[in-house]
Design a protein around this ligand. Structure first.
Ligand SMILES: Cc1ncc(COP(=O)(O)O)c(C=O)c1O
Length: 378
């Protein structure tokens, strides 16, 4: 029997239309985009068309999009590249619930003498805007905030955050890896200096993402070599990935509203059963509020989340204990700790994230397996 995949926040399968768009670039359209012959020149054109497509999806300029190897590289580059461009400023502000791409980049800079401010969050994962504003001073280099949290789905008030940063003339980087495709993102409505995307979270391929860098913002390259990506990110372009990302972004934007509604409906149906059948708490904001529509994150009383996840895996239900990067750990993640989940629940955290292939008719099987799983690991 086919398993039930409930880990779309970790990654999504490649959409078939995306795959079809990519295939020629593995075979007949193999030219190096830097080559000065037809095979190269047409591929360079294709890259720039893809750049334009991604730019249109965000409502920004084509030359503001730089392709990278994914979300992690884009975020490393935003923070370190900006720090290198403005070495006189030595303080960075992030939230307590950033993805490891941001957190570990900042910890790396902390060892090099930077001061990192970790803005606390409330029980639902919302950052304190007051503390954010109070942390900004003349030495602040950058604020970097995750738009929608990958573990508990909290959607930050990026409008308010961007206004605070603008009022204090501080650059803002936003990790929109989980947000893109699920909520509306029109960058003309915000004052955001840099923004990270990753294609494999919206039915595109893995290993490709981009960094939006607003015109007028300078960042030093992270990767040196040839003159690709407007001299800012060297290395022969991942054209198959770039074409796939552009196609996936186009589809995600045209389906965003219906995808939001579909996931909201499915998660509310599943949630009703979860809270009825189990002694668990929902982590993050209430459903229908400022929460990613496909995200459900529960802590079960007196359960070890990793044991339950393992049992479910053996029984063909694929969930995650938190962020995929720390799923081997029995320790609650930094996000779960930051929102202060009660002691009796904190180790029993499981993230369910819904996506395209999940059906309402899967819900009874999911609930039945959770019941058996909880009985066997308790
Ligand atoms: C919020 C967030 N930021 C960044 C990343 C990293 O993206 P990538 O897997 O493309 O390196 C992820 C992936 O899990 C994520 O969820």
């Amino acid at each position: 029997m086919k398993g039930i995949y409930l880990d779309y926040a970790a990654t999504t399968p490649v959409n078939d239309e995306v795959l079809q768009a990519m295939l020629p670039f593995f075979s007949i359209r193999y030219g190096n985009p830097s080559s000065m012959h037809q095979l190269g020149i047409t591929n360079k054109k294709t890259i720039n068309e893809s750049r334009k497509t991604v730019a249109n999806c965000l409502n920004v300029l084509q030359e503001e999009i730089y392709f990278t190897s994914g979300g992690t590289e884009a975020t490393n580059w935003a923070i370190r590249g900006y720090a290198d461009a403005y070495p006189e400023k030595k303080e960075i502000i992030i939230s307590q619930i950033e993805h490891h791409a941001t957190l570990h980049t900042c910890q790396f800079l902390e060892k090099k003498g930077y001061k990192i401010h970790y803005i606390p969050v409330d029980k639902k994962g919302f950052i304190s805007l007051k503390k954010l504003e109070n942390s900004i001073n003349e030495n602040t280099l950058l604020v970097s905030i995750i738009w929608a949290n990958n573990e508990i789905g909290t959607i930050q008030d990026i409008k308010a955050i961007s206004e605070i940063c603008k009022n204090h003339s501080v650059a803002l980087h936003v990790d929109a890896v989980q947000a893109f495709g699920q909520i509306a993102i029109d960058l003309s409505l915000y004052d955001i200096s840099m923004l990270t995307l990753s294609a494999h979270k919206f039915y595109g391929p893995k290993g490709i993402g981009c960094l939006y860098v607003k015109k007028g913002i300078s960042i030093e390259p992270l990767i040196h070599g040839g003159s690709q990506e407007q001299n800012h990110r060297s290395g022969t372009e991942n054209i198959t990935g770039i074409v796939g990302m552009a196609k996936a972004a186009e589809i995600a934007i045209s389906n965003q509203q219906s995808y939001y509604e579909k996931l909201s409906y499915l998660s509310s149906r599943l949630h009703q059963r979860m809270i009825m059948d189990f002694d668990c708490v929902l982590n993050g904001p209430e459903l229908g509020g400022r929460r990613l529509p496909g995200n459900l994150n529960y802590s079960f009383r007196d359960i070890i989340g990793t044991q339950l996840t393992y049992w479910l895996d053996q029984n063909d239900i694929f969930v995650s204990t938190g962020s995929a990067c720390n799923s081997d750990s029995i320790e609650p993640s930094h996000v779960i700790k930051a929102i202060k989940v009660p002691d009796e629940y904190i180790k029993g955290t499981v993230r369910i994230s819904l996506g395209n292939e999940f059906l309402e008719t899967d819900i009874p099987r999911v609930i039945a397996r959770f019941k058996e799983g909880i009985d066997s690991v308790i």
